[in-house]
Design a protein around this ligand. Structure first.
Ligand SMILES: [Zn+2]
Length: 309
């Protein structure tokens, strides 16, 4: 497969994930500033039974344990990668040659990192609680050539949803991204490049052992039901001022993109799995307990010997 050119890559990703007016019919988020009604996006977005986002409840989820995630090249610098205003978000596009991949964690295959973008406020909620910011790390299954193809298949795309919580301290890697906003926020389709050495790992939470897993969809039209979702329970700190900076991004009509989260969708009795530890932890505990019998016998023998002495 030939290496992607930046322009090819941009078109493929925009077509597959966050569509622009030029590539798809016009669609809008609800006007939440004026209590606007939920717009109908049509097609699978309205008729689908595995739509995202959903509310995630620890108390009504199935307990799960998967092998640990294998993150490859998540520590590679993203300096110089393209940062674009899509009109529905701002998005960092990952070149194919970075070879940033993930497997394990119960994922049905190896997935290559394609792009990341932000939603202000969060799309997923946990136990009914909404978060100020959510980043989506979008990966495609390596058995498909690109995202456009991957979205046609169940589990073709793996998205990590990482939530942020408000605190006093600035999150520096996000500041490094936000520094690029002024040059792209006024015009849909405008691009810049990231100027700092942030990494993919900067946008994973500290604890990646605890997460929700479910089968869902893209949260933008065409809402393809191709996504294996991982929403981590641990969150990344951010200040409210950092989140507010996203609100200066403009849409294609020139208005500010005040928020870009889709409303919670019905779960239709879908299996939602909650993972709170890695399978390797159970295995290591099993090994410890099988060791404990000989250790007990040894201890008894030592006591007996000391008495005989
Ligand atoms: Zn998204």
């Amino acid at each position: 497969m030939r290496p992607f050119l930046a322009a090819d890559k941009l078109i493929i990703i925009l077509a597959g994930i966050c569509a622009t007016v030029a590539l798809q019919t016009h669609w809008e988020y609800p006007d939440r500033v004026n209590n606007g009604t939920e717009p109908s996006w049509g097609g699978k977005c309205d008729a689908g039974k595995r739509q995202s986002p959903i509310d995630l409840y620890t108390t009504s989820s199935f307990k799960g344990e998967f092998h640990k995630f294998e993150f490859k090249n998540y520590d590679v610098s993203l300096r110089g990668t393209t940062f674009v205003n899509t009109g529905h978000s701002v998005q960092v596009i990952i070149p194919e040659d970075k070879q940033i991949e993930v497997s394990g964690g119960g994922l049905p295959g190896t997935y290559i990192f394609e792009q990341m973008h932000w939603h202000w406020w969060s799309e997923h909620t946990i136990d009914g609680l909404r978060y100020p910011l959510e980043i989506h790390l979008v990966h495609r299954n390596t058995k498909y050539a690109n995202v456009s193809e991957a979205v046609q298949y169940k589990n073709g795309v793996a998205v990590f949803g990482v939530l942020f919580h408000i605190t006093d301290d600035i999150y520096e890697p996000l500041t490094d991204v936000l520094n690029g906003l002024p040059s792209i926020e006024d015009k849909v389709g405008s691009t810049t490049t990231l100027a700092n050495d942030i990494t993919t790992a900067d946008f994973l939470p500290a604890d990646t052992k605890k997460y929700f897993r479910y089968e869902g969809s893209l949260t933008t039209p065409d809402c393809d039901e191709a996504v294996v979702w991982t929403v981590f329970e641990d969150t990344i700190p951010v200040t409210i001022e950092q989140v507010e900076e996203f609100k200066y991004v403009r849409k294609d009509d020139g208005a500010f993109l005040e928020s870009n989260y889709r409303s919670i969708q019905a779960s239709y009795n879908r299996a939602i799995i909650y993972v709170d530890r890695e399978l390797e932890e159970r295995n290591s505990q099993v090994q410890l307990s099988t060791c404990s019998i000989p250790i007990t016998i040894l201890a008894v023998l030592l006591v007996l010997r000391s008495r005989l002495d």
